[in-house]
Design a protein around this ligand. Structure first.
Ligand SMILES: Nc1ncnc2c1ncn2[C@@H]1O[C@H](COP(=O)(O)OP(=O)(O)OP(=O)(O)O)[C@@H](O)[C@H]1O
Ligand SMILES: [Mg+2]
Length: 246
């Protein structure tokens, strides 16, 4: 008989009250996953949805930088850890423990940190959990798809042919493993492009394009500015999530 790691059972229990888990995924790097995951969590909170945000990019965690979160203030410990609220979002990252030191991890250790973080973290009151993921269809992504109950990924890509091919591969993996995809966002694109055609081909909701925003890098670390710059473009994603959880 195969025994599950008890930490995974604990992790499932910790997540059991959450209505929707949304990993923001792309098999291509640098397409805007972190910016979109963080801003989406801020916007859901503004829309009165209790939201948690989890950084599962262990080697390159960036959400605390995006949110300007002080990682020196540790999560409260009470039968596990309760992540602090940053701009209303319950935010968990391994960076609370690793600081800004590098955390190079080989496969097996990625697994260990993954199980540990999911098993210790409590998400009181959280309805939607947004997860930032590293690029690729490797350990972290596969762990999310395997161990988290019913995650519904949001796929992010750009119009660049390199990204489009990579998105199509991710769609195939998600389809083959029977995962429902919330939708697709085409980032750094002035108009709907190849990702809209791809979403039509696979019958996936196209949730809009986000243009290249010249000032975006100046908003990193300023949640109010991120929300101001990106909210018009994430409205359809918010609407879709609200429909799913209502
Ligand atoms: N719509 C946009 N307009 C302008 N710049 C953007 C836009 N979206 C993202 N960027 C910028 O692109 C860079 C990469 O974004 P981000 O770190 O969110 O990508 P990522 O997919 O999370 O990368 P990684 O795969 O390395 O985790 C950042 O400098 C970010 O500010
Ligand atoms: Mg990232």
């Amino acid at each position: 008989m195969i025994r599950l790691d008890p930490r995974l059972l604990a992790a499932r229990e910790r997540l059991s009250h959450i209505k929707l888990v949304v990993p923001v995924m792309s098999s291509k790097g640098g397409v805007g996953k972190t910016v979109i995951a963080g801003t989406l969590a801020l916007l859901l909170t503004k829309n009165n949805v209790e939201t948690g945000l989890l950084d599962l990019d262990f080697t390159n965690p960036g959400l605390h930088i995006l949110l300007g979160a002080d990682i020196r203030s540790w999560p409260e410990e009470e039968k596990g850890v309760v992540p602090p609220k940053i701009y209303g979002v319950r935010f968990m990252t391994a960076a609370y423990y690793s600081g800004d030191e590098p955390l190079p991890l080989r496969g097996r250790y990625v697994d260990e940190v993954f199980k540990e973080i999911l098993c210790i973290t409590r998400w009181p009151g959280v309805e939607v959990l947004v997860i930032d993921t590293p690029p690729g269809i490797r350990d972290e992504a596969l762990n999310i798809l395997t161990y988290i109950p019913s995650p519904k990924p949001l796929i992010v890509g750009t119009s660049c042919p390199l990204a489009v091919h990579s998105v199509e591969k991710l769609i195939k993996v998600l389809r083959e493993s029977n995962h429902e995809i919330i939708g697709l966002v085409e980032n750094m694109a002035d108009q709907p492009g190849p990702l809209r055609r791809l979403s039509e081909k696979y019958g996936i909701d196209y949730l809009g394009n986000i243009p290249y925003i010249k000032d975006l890098d100046t908003a990193i670390g300023s949640p109010d500015k991120l929300v101001e710059l990106l909210s018009p473009y994430l409205a359809r994603v918010i609407e879709k999530i609200r429909t799913i959880i209502s």
